[in-house]
Design a protein. Structure first.
Length: 122
């Protein structure tokens, strides 16, 4: 018998592990082939953001039709991109708290919805 929530926790752990692998590969290419020079603390913060970004579901806006992409503020990936831009120093950092709160609220809402969802037969 499976413990309640174990399956979801395992899926989340795998998504986070994948985010670490992909992020480290991207950062390695950016630092070497791209010549991107960023302080180590910023690389670390970007890695943490990538890992935490898998908690709320992320959808790349570039894959959506234009009318949906205009609703970017309701998508977690947009808020994560704004935070990452501020951490990297290319966006204003004045609204980081707002973006973090929105992401946290979305994560709580998704978690609550998942807990209420009826179990699927396997």
């Amino acid at each position: 018998m499976q413990l309640k929530g174990t399956y979801r926790a395992a899926k989340l752990a795998m998504a986070m592990a994948f985010a670490v692998i992909v992020s480290l590969l991207h950062m390695s290419v950016a630092a070497t082939a791209g010549g991107i020079a960023v302080a180590m603390v910023r690389w670390n913060l970007l890695l943490v953001l990538a890992v935490l970004g898998v908690i709320p579901s992320r959808v790349p806006l570039s894959l959506l039709p234009h009318p949906l992409a205009q609703l970017a503020a309701v998508w977690p990936s947009w808020h994560l991109a704004q935070i990452a831009g501020a951490v990297a120093g290319v966006e204003s950092s004045s609204a980081i708290t707002w973006h973090v709160l929105v992401l946290a609220a979305m994560a709580v809402a998704c978690f609550a919805a998942a807990r209420r969802a009826p179990g699927r037969p396997r």
